[in-house]
Design a protein around this ligand. Structure first.
Ligand SMILES: Cc1cc2nc3c(=O)[nH]c(=O)nc-3n(C[C@H](O)[C@H](O)[C@H](O)COP(=O)(O)OP(=O)(O)OC[C@H]3O[C@@H](n4cnc5c(N)ncnc54)[C@H](O)[C@@H]3O)c2cc1C
Length: 467
């Protein structure tokens, strides 16, 4: 809720800060740092006991164009090319100005994170996501967002101008009657409400993936789907914005994933597909072109019997993905099975062996250019060879992509284009660049919006305080 007050002198403030940041994922951590670097004090509030939100669950893949890391690897990329890839995927539905701005700023973000903040990221050249026309993913060595979160936390804990408080859900915003935001109410360690006076508030508390009521309203097709995102993301940032009269956009947009190990609930990285794997249903038959994208592919998986598919790959692919923390977890937890022959693998997953062999042979023929792929897939890495591996997977909702409209400075906007004074938003609270539905998500759009908008939000909020 938003609490309206006539006169701020009526309020007994418990804490005063320059900037209050709501949410401790990539957006909030980065916003706090970029603000503090400009010479202001920041109070960073995280609802949960553990820091990191969806960012910790992610593979930490941040897309950026024109970075010095790309140049060193001989990759010629540009913001315009990156934006065009995003537009092609979302059918030109995302805001052109914001999309291009994010792509232009992505280079500064990644170089600042590595060179100034000290975060470890490498340019990823061992695979390329569908729809990315250049290698532009920058990721930690573990391919896990927890590494980014842990490194950011270490930097933050060494600064005296950022106070990080976990286990402290923000319950309400406090605004004047004219709608300008002047603070918030937060419940610190379950010990009652504290009123925080803040000159600026940055909403970095992601979307509504874990709010069934909002899902039923905006994304009914995923309301009952398995939610694989962070439990803290219950949509209050967006609800506060709506209460203050902010415009929202593309509320039906979201990212899903068609490759979550089931019932183990571990992400089997999509690189298995990109490097040549395929999926079959319980009948041993392929059911779609897996290469279109992991987000929309979730819907295809959820349409199969028992909402299940088996992802099939071979030793070459297995070796190429070893080292991804999620993939290794799938091995450790027993989600992965291995067969010397395809019939042996079929037996392990109770699939019809003859049908699975037929599927494999037809797939392999297509990989060798000896026939059309029945599903229309065109990207392969050669035939699969013994030994074979399989993982039972399902489709899941990861995070929502619709949200509050913001301008290039991340100020929150009303429908007439005016701003809500003192309020900024980034990451999953703000509308992303994935168009209006599940098909528009280009790989790594999530961290693009979280990291780039987070940096801008911190800088802009600090700059407006400093005058
Ligand atoms: C399994 C998985 C893998 C993914 N992999 C990738 C990837 O490799 N690349 C990519 O680009 N995207 C990926 N994504 C998406 C990406 O993780 C998100 O888009 C991104 O992390 C969002 O960052 P954020 O800072 O907006 O939100 P989050 O990282 O979710 O942080 C939001 C934080 O706000 C807190 N919060 C919520 N409400 C309140 C409140 N009232 N008070 C205080 N705190 C609050 C939450 O507890 C949470 O910690 C993945 C998502 C998932 C689920």
């Amino acid at each position: 809720m938003v609490k309206r007050i006539k006169d701020e002198r009526e309020v007994l403030w418990d804490i005063e800060t320059d900037i209050a940041v709501v949410g401790g994922g990539a957006c909030g951590l980065i916003a706090s740092l970029s603000a503090a670097e400009k010479g202001v004090e920041v109070l960073l509030l995280e609802k949960e006991k553990k820091l990191g939100g969806n960012t910790s669950l992610s593979q930490g893949m941040i897309p950026a164009a024109g970075t010095r890391f790309q140049k060193a690897a001989g990759i010629d990329d540009s913001a315009e090319l990156m934006a065009e890839d995003i537009f092609k995927k979302n059918n030109y539905e995302s805001d052109p100005e914001i999309t291009l701005h994010l792509c232009r700023e992505s280079k500064n973000l990644v170089e600042w994170l590595v060179d100034s903040v000290g975060i470890h990221l490498d340019i990823v050249t061992d695979f390329i996501y569908p729809g990315h026309s250049r290698h532009r993913i920058h990721a930690p060595s573990t391919r896990k967002g927890t590494q980014i979160v842990n490194e950011l936390r270490t930097v933050i804990s060494n600064r005296k101008d950022i106070l990080l408080v976990q286990q402290s859900p923000v319950r309400d915003l406090i605004a004047k009657e004219d709608g300008s935001v002047i603070g918030l109410e937060v419940e610190i360690f379950g010990q009652g409400i504290n009123r925080v006076r803040a000159q600026k508030v940055i909403l970095a508390c992601n979307g509504f993936g874990n709010n069934k009521e909002m899902l039923r309203k905006y994304i009914p097709e995923m309301a009952d789907a398995f939610y694989f995102g962070h439990e803290g993301n219950t949509g209050e940032g967006i609800l506060w914005g709506i209460e203050l009269g902010t415009a929202t956009q593309h509320m039906g947009a979201y990212q899903a994933h068609g490759s979550v190990a089931y019932p183990h609930a571990i992400l089997l990285t999509w690189v298995v597909i990109v490097n040549g794997g395929f999926q079959v249903n319980k009948q041993g038959k392929r059911f779609s072109n897996e290469y279109t994208g992991y987000s929309e592919h979730a819907i295809e998986v959820l349409n199969q019997e028992d909402k299940i598919a088996i992802e099939i790959f071979d030793e070459r692919i297995y070796q190429s993905v070893l080292g991804f923390e999620d993939f290794n977890q799938c091995i450790e937890i027993g989600a992965m099975k291995r067969g010397e022959t395809i019939e042996e693998l079929a037996d392990l997953f109770q699939l019809p062996p003859k049908e699975l062999r037929k599927t494999l042979e037809s797939y392999n023929r297509a990989t060798e250019g000896k026939g059309e792929d029945p599903m229309g897939r065109q990207n392969f890495q050669g035939p699969l060879k013994s030994p074979y591996y399989g993982v039972r997977v399902t489709g899941a909702l990861f995070h929502t992509q619709g949200g509050l409209k913001v301008n290039k400075r991340t100020q929150v906007l009303k429908p007439d284009g005016s701003t809500i004074p003192n309020l900024y938003a980034g990451g999953g609270v703000a509308v992303g660049v994935s168009g209006s539905n599940v098909k528009g998500y280009s790989s790594a759009n999530g961290l693009l919006a979280a990291t780039v908008l987070g940096k801008i939000a911190g800088e802009e909020a600090a700059a407006s305080i400093k005058g």
